[in-house]
Design a protein around this ligand. Structure first.
Ligand code: XMP
Length: 516
């Protein structure tokens, strides 16, 4: 068995790739996702993974769909192709894929296992009285494999799809026409387990101790004994966990910088002072509100705001870095979802893309490969209090992307207060931890209200609360009406300038979590 098990998932823009990733990480198998066009076969060889999974895709191999280099089949690494991934294997190795109208399948389907395979042995949903073995699977395909390549055998199929599972046992190349990663395929996880543990010989060692050791080894390899590191503390869990780990290794050579940019949650400054003390971090506190508000004046475009905020942050960090000798590294609490969303170009998260190309410091992003739940587990190991670990995330550009239009200090004050009322009520009513992210948004419109005998023409505030497991998709939370009522009453009564509160009932997709 390999010591460093790793599965590489090559993504052909499938909506389900993230599910494969999550399943593997849940199985404690380390894995990385690459867009098929972002990594060469040589680079894959350098990583030396234990196995490769080719994802599905909305494309068709019959219609100029994405391809791979044939070299992928010569590197002696087990491959599992899922849906498009399987059709790609078939096409590249000389089989035939066709579009036959009667053979399309979307949704649940039943296939019969016809032959033995290491991938499927003893995995099934049902055996009937004639000893026929069935699997219930989730299909989503237009095209169908009509001829399998030489050296492959058809393991399972049905009337519409004769080649629903194919295998080349000698070279350890497998194809599934259906989606094992989707929960409707009941045996799906077992098939994935069989591939990673029995065929790729992975060991489930992606646990929190190993993650911690890997991160520490990486930092030790990179940061030399006199190097200093500067790190932006934001009050969020990602930068805090990053700081604690680096601090454990290099102590006072880590210089944390906390910048009050005027765009923070209520009492954030006090909280970060307390955390810094508790974890013995060497932190410089800087009040730079005016710098940020000046730079943001007259700016309404969200992406522009993000870029400006990112730039002012970096300018301040770099200015601070010049006060110390031997600062070589700029550390950030970037996590995997930041990287993936930035790659998808949905938004420029300042953690990832706000940095100018040439800051003169090397980037240190020790938790870049982790998801939020893994960061939380790490934090727990390092005694970060529960209420900090499970605090809702807060975006780097802060309130600036929750004030639609131009950002002003006066608006930030209102929004901060409204937000704290919303969060306080969620906490008081035992709802805070049932929600993954909740916040308020100030809209650039005014609406009529009435207080006593007076008409008022004041601001509109939106409430947003979502449930999500990975922040890539999200569902709005059905907060009880009486709680929403109480929140709206408190906000309108306690904040003069707000005359109307609305509740956002949009999922992601199609909407994003933040409004900008
Ligand atoms: P969206 O709005 O993209 O949000 O659905 C997904 C998650 O990312 C956070 N977010 C950001 N975080 N800088 C950040 O550090 C940003 O510019 C940014 N925009 C969104 C958002 O709060 C949610 O948790």
């Amino acid at each position: 068995m390999k010591n460093n098990s790793c599965i590489i998932i090559l993504d052909f823009n499938s909506q389900y790739t993230m599910l494969i990733f999550k399943i593997l990480r849940k199985l404690k198998v380390y894995c990385e996702i690459y867009n098929y066009s972002d990594i060469s076969v040589d680079e894959i060889c350098n990583i030396n993974p234990s196995g490769i999974i080719l994802s599905g895709s909305s494309h068709s191999v019959l219609n100029n769909g994405p391809m791979l280099s044939n070299k992928i089949f010569n590197i002696n690494i087990p491959i599992l192709g899922i849906c498009y991934g399987m059709q790609l294997i078939v096409k590249m190795l000389g089989g035939i894929v066709e579009n036959i109208i009667g053979c399309r399948e979307f949704g649940l389907s039943r296939i019969i296992i016809k032959k033995y395979s290491n991938l499927t042995n003893n995995i099934y949903d049902r055996i009937n009285s004639n000893d026929r073995i069935f699997l219930d699977v989730w299909m989503s395909h237009n095209d169908v494999v009509t001829k399998i390549p030489n050296n492959f055998i058809a393991i399972a199929g049905n009337d519409k799809c004769q080649n629903a599972i194919i295998a080349n046992e000698k070279d350890k190349i497998y194809g599934l026409q259906f989606h094992p990663e989707v929960s409707h395929t009941k045996c799906g996880i077992n098939l994935i387990k069989r591939f990673v543990f029995n065929i790729c010989n992975c060991i489930p060692n992606w646990n929190i101790s190993n993650i911690y050791t890997t991160i520490v080894n990486n930092i030790n390899n990179l940061v030399k004994s006199n190097d200093k590191v500067i790190l932006g503390l934001s009050g969020g869990i990602d930068s805090l966990v990053t700081a604690i780990i680096i601090n454990n290794i290099i102590g006072k050579r880590l210089i944390c910088i906390f910048i009050d940019n005027g765009l923070l949650r209520l009492n954030e400054y006090k909280l970060v002072i307390k955390l810094s003390k508790n974890f013995n971090l060497n932190t410089i506190f800087i009040n730079a509100k005016n710098k940020f508000f000046n730079a943001l004046s007259n700016i309404s475009d969200a992406e522009e705001k993000r870029k400006i905020i990112g730039k002012v942050f970096v300018d301040i960090f770099l200015e601070q870095a010049t006060n110390f000798s031997n600062v070589k590294w700029f550390a950030q609490g970037t996590i995997y979802s930041d990287v993936i969303e930035s790659k998808n170009k949905i938004k420029s998260h300042h953690n990832v893309s706000g940095l100018p190309n040439n800051i003169g410091l090397k980037l240190l992003e020790p938790i870049k490969k982790l998801f939020k739940d893994e960061v939380r587990e790490l934090g727990l190991k390092m005694n970060v209090p529960h209420d900090i670990l499970y605090r809702h995330p807060f975006p780097g550009p802060g309130l600036a992307i929750r004030i639609i239009g131009e950002v002003k200090d006066s608006l930030c004050k209102l929004l901060r207060l409204a937000d704290s009322i919303f969060i306080e009520e969620l906490k008081n009513n035992n709802f805070y931890y049932r929600v993954d992210q909740a916040f308020t948004i100030l809209l650039p419109i005014k609406s009529v209200g009435i207080i006593g005998d007076y008409r008022r023409y004041d601001l509109v505030l939106a409430l947003r609360a979502i449930n999500t497991s990975n922040f890539m998709t999200a569902k709005w939370v059905k907060i009880p009406y009486n709680l929403l009522h109480k929140i709206s009453n408190r906000i309108i009564n306690e904040i003069n300038e707000i005359s109307r509160v609305v509740y956002d009932i949009s999922d992601k997709p199609p909407s994003t979590i933040e409004w900008e």
